[in-house]
Design a protein around this ligand. Sequence first.
Ligand code: SF4
Length: 344
Amino acid sequence: MFSLELDEIKNWMSENGEKPFRAAQVFEWLYIKRVTSFEDMTNLSKPLRDNLTESFEMTTLKTLIQQQSSDGTIKFLFELHDGYSIETVLMRHEYGNSVCVTTQVGCRIGCTFCASTLGGLKRNLEAGEIVAQVLKVQQALDETEERVSSVVIMGIGEPFDNYESMMSFLRTINNEKGLNIGARHITVSTSGIIPKIYKFADEKTQINFAISLHAANTELRSRLMPINRAYKLPDLMDAVKYYIDKTGRRVSFEYGLFGGVNDSVEHAEELADLVKDVKCHINLIPVNYVPERDYVRTPKEKIFEFEKALKKRGVNVTIRREQGHDIDAACGQLRAKERKEETR
Ligand code: SF4
């Protein structure tokens, strides 16, 4: 049911001899009152409730693990209807509660620092399975009368590799008759699937857009992210500039710092050169140690040196606050640990 957008529910109502306004009522039950069965939608007639029950399933995610960090971050491992598992993370910030969602079971992009790609791609998530992650977290927050205020699409998977489901998910959570999460409170991050960047630019949304960069030269980026061999850095920068021209919005570049690999002052200078004409912001991410991978953390003082070198060259930069450090918080780590059979 969560895969249907409001307009699609309206169409279904018309096809089934019901008034279209019934769709908004269903939407409200799903996303505002957050009931878990059609039977509970008490302002709908009994025949309509029965028809909905026969026609649709409520996507249910089974909580396998819920780990809470000392900083309030909660990481969920959910099981899907076919037995696969996905991760969703609730992060608590001063400005509100943010949910990081997964878009695919596994990932085929193969970034060498990432636990999510171990075992490759199993399947795409349906839009409803992405929506259900936000709802599950919202239901957990309902106990303390809190609200999901922002969403980041940075969990397991490459969202642009599951583009249509991702866009449908965005429209549903953004809908003001439902969860009403504002476009400027949603962030999509890609590893750099260039044709989809052009497509996304043409959608002209107000959604925040981030690129996983991690290196400012072709050779190093190809080593860290094999996708750079198919979609090369100069072409990626052209696509990013197109996006900025089309939307008038700035982009964020995610730059993970890997000890001894991409974290020298020279790397920072190279990065500053790459983005000097680009309306952007750089997020430096001190990476968590991934047991299945070889990378190690950059020492704190080197992180500050890197930041200073960028600032000196006029680049907007922040060091991302680490969250969930004690609970396998990096993307894919919990799944890789708990579901070894899926991630081999
Ligand atoms: S970083 Fe993202 S795109 Fe790269 S392998 Fe991991 S999940 Fe896939």
